[in-house]
Design a protein around this ligand. Structure first.
Ligand SMILES: Cc1cc2nc3c(=O)[nH]c(=O)nc-3n(C[C@H](O)[C@H](O)[C@H](O)COP(=O)(O)OP(=O)(O)OC[C@H]3O[C@@H](n4cnc5c(N)ncnc54)[C@H](O)[C@@H]3O)c2cc1C
Ligand code: SF4
Length: 621
């Protein structure tokens, strides 16, 4: 299909969601942009999207004998409202709508995003020893090969290369320096820095959207930069229940200190926090609830709110700016655009990895040690493809910190995207209910995805987005998910009744904060009570909200190859070694035996350092 001719049904769908007659964009133009984005997503996803859009066109024909785009604006709204009454079509329209709004928002706000580039980077791009797979030999050898350059893999690379090991890091994504980030359109940044263009989700009721980073630096490239130490009560579980010696508090606290020093963490300064965080703190303070600026790894951050599509200022010190440069100075090399297929074994010993370039040609890297650090959703698949273990718990135990988004409308201008993307927290219900509230905005234009309704009402909501304060409430979950699949990851999640109720409580907590801060209404995301007009309406939520209908997102997958001393339930032993295979370690979010209950990057880095020290003691001393 040519760029100029998107399917008519797609044009129709754009016209139904954002009618031009009511001030929306030209639907043909929007459909062209949507097509360009769909082409960046997995083929089966794009195909499914277009099929679903065709179904709506067919429904329009059946009822009105005309395409949706040929209906009057009133007929279009009538049609969509009718479809909204059915749970299945409601969820489908909402899912399809999210992409229309993402594309529309990203394009219409591109000038605001580019304006932030007027401030130069606070530190120069670093020299990493990267080589694209196309220029890397088909067969090579090193001491240690590490799969994945994210929070876990980078620390192992830094620690082992410091002991003189010849390290090669294999990364499926690309290297994105700040100059590349500044040169690319927001949607291109989104599409290229996320696995499957950001279209990853867990199948379940309700489904959960779970984007995952892909690139040098892993998910730290696009994460929000929030840094929490692992809570002591979680360390007690890891030490006492799972037998992880390194989780002993005094020892682990040194690893946490190291991660925090590496990231130069500090509280978000109030001057750059922005109204999203400031209003949140005001609300929490009025309620006398435990709250404060978040601790982040972004010295010099100017609050441009683009963390989720790569920091254009090199302020956020993801591992690509803080850990990998040290590893490369120690001699480590990063091979990019290379997908590891499996671990090569001889008998019960790992001896290297087999990988595929984007043109499908093969690369083999032989090594004395293999470390899998591909993240909690990808590491189980690599292990399955390697046929080295049939451990029944491989891929199970997936915790994700499911989260709801709640927004408060204020009379005054807020501009939530002018300030730090994730800026302040309310911890009042963290210990008691496992609920952590974080003031979280999105890059300019990308937050309209969560706004309710369609047509002229939705356009009004978009126009009023500058009045919104946006909060996320995440819960410490189950674990209730699984990573299935061998060649391609397939994720499932079964939200438990207990966790579903806690998410609804999370919405109530956010609503209280927002009303206390002066919101005139709160958008709940609950279909039967999408808008609360005042605080007294909050109590209606518990009876009206069905957690199976919530719009959930998650950002913290952990636990799918958990470590511990019990060989029945832990595929990896307490030192990070995969059971049943010599010289093979798993070191990333998969290893965490239970949900850390807080944003996990610091915990992952600390665990990676702990396991690295054990590897050094066994192999390099
Ligand atoms: C939008 C977003 C915001 C977040 N915000 C925060 C935050 O503020 N604070 C926080 O603590 N956490 C945050 N997180 C989570 C945090 O970034 C991750 O938990 C952490 O980076 C995971 O580390 P990891 O080493 O397990 O995997 P990753 O950092 O994801 O690294 C894995 C790497 O392996 C590569 N890889 C995968 N498969 C292969 C293969 N077959 N071959 C080669 N390479 C492969 C991937 O491309 C990836 O680069 C956020 C996550 C998201 C998505
Ligand atoms: S808000 Fe995020 S993207 Fe913007 S400068 Fe700060 S860390 Fe970087």
């Amino acid at each position: 299909m040519s760029k100029e001719t998107p399917p008519k049904s797609l044009v129709s769908f754009c016209a139904a969601i954002l009618p031009q007659e009511a001030g929306g964009p030209d639907p043909s133009d929007l459909a062209v942009k949507l097509m360009l984005y769909l082409k960046r997503l997995p083929k089966d996803f794009a195909r499914g999207y277009l099929t679903a859009v065709n179904i709506f066109e067919a429904i329009s024909y059946a009822k009105y004998k005309r395409r949706i785009s040929d209906l009057s604006i009133e007929e279009r709204e009538e049609l969509i409202q009718k479809l909204y009454r059915n749970k299945i079509t409601f969820n489908l329209i909402e899912a399809l709508k999210a992409l229309v709004l993402l594309v529309n928002g990203a394009y219409s706000n591109a000038p605001e995003i580019a304006q932030a580039f007027e401030n130069p980077p606070v530190r120069p791009d670093v020299n990493l020893d990267t080589v694209s797979a196309g220029y890397f030999p088909s067969i090579s050898r090193c001491d240690v090969v590490i799969v994945g350059s994210g929070a876990g893999g980078s620390i192992v690379a830094r620690e082992l290369s410091a002991k003189g090991a010849k390290v090669i890091i294999v990364e499926e994504g690309q290297h994105h320096a700040s100059r590349d980030i500044r040169e690319n359109m927001p949607l291109d940044r989104f599409a290229s820095m996320y696995r499957d263009g950001g279209a990853t989700a867990l199948l379940g009721v309700p489904p959960v959207i779970m984007p995952i980073g892909k690139g040098v630096g892993g998910t730290t490239l696009i994460n929000s930069g929030t840094c929490y130490r692992t809570p002591e009560k979680i360390l007690d579980v890891w030490y006492n229940k799972f037998g992880l010696d390194f989780a002993q508090k005094d020892e682990f606290s040194q690893y946490l200190d190291d991660a925090e020093d590496t990231f130069q963490v500090g509280p978000v300064p109030l001057e750059v926090m922005g109204n999203n965080g400031l209003k949140t703190l005001q609300g929490a303070q009025k309620l006398n609830w435990k709250s404060g600026p978040l601790i982040r790894n972004a010295p010099g951050c100017d609050g441009c709110c683009q963390c989720a599509i790569g920091c254009p200022h090199n302020a956020k010190l993801g591992v690509h700016l803080s850990v990998l440069p040290v590893a490369c100075q120690n001699g480590a090399k990063i091979v990019t655009d290379l997908r590891v297929h499996h671990v090569i074994t001889e008998g019960s010993k790992a001896v290297g990895i087999a990988a595929t370039r984007s043109d499908k040609s093969k690369i083999i890297i032989y090594a004395d040690l293999v470390v899998i650090s591909a993240g909690a959703t990808e590491s189980p698949g690599i292990i399955r493809r390697s046929d080295i273990t049939a451990h029944p718990h491989l891929g199970r135990n997936l915790a994700i910190h499911p989260a709801v988004a709640v927004a408060g409308r204020f009379q005054e201008d807020i501009y939530p995207w002018r300030g730090v993307l994730q800026s302040a927290s309310v911890e009042e219900f963290h210990d008691s209910d496992g609920i952590l509230v974080e003031a979280t905005a999105t890059p300019p234009g990308m937050g309209s995805m969560v706004l309710p309704g369609v047509g002229s009402k939705l356009l009004n909501q978009i126009a009023g987005a500058k009045h919104l304060v946006s909060l996320g409430a995440m819960i410490s979950d189950g674990p209730n998910g699984r990573v299935l699949g061998k060649n391609r990851t397939f994720l499932t999640y079964k939200l438990s009744d207990r966790d579903g109720k806690r998410l609804i409580k999370g919405i109530e907590v956010c609503a209280k904060i927002l009303f206390a801060a002066g919101a005139v209404e709160v958008l709940t995301g609950v279909s039967k009570k999408s808008v609360l007009r005042n605080e007294s309406e909050i109590k209606e939520l518990a009876s009206l909200a069905d957690y199976k209908e919530l719009h959930l997102a998650a950002f913290h997958p952990t636990g799918t190859v958990r470590a511990g001393s019990d060989e029945q339930i832990c595929p990896v032993d307490k030192n990070g070694k995969l059971r049943g295979c010599e010289n093979l370690f798993v070191i990333d979010a998969s290893l965490l035996p239970s949900s850390p209950t807080v944003n996990p990057q610091i915990s992952i880095m600390a665990v990676a350092k702990a396991v690295s020290e054990r590897i050094i003691a066994s192999y390099f001393s």
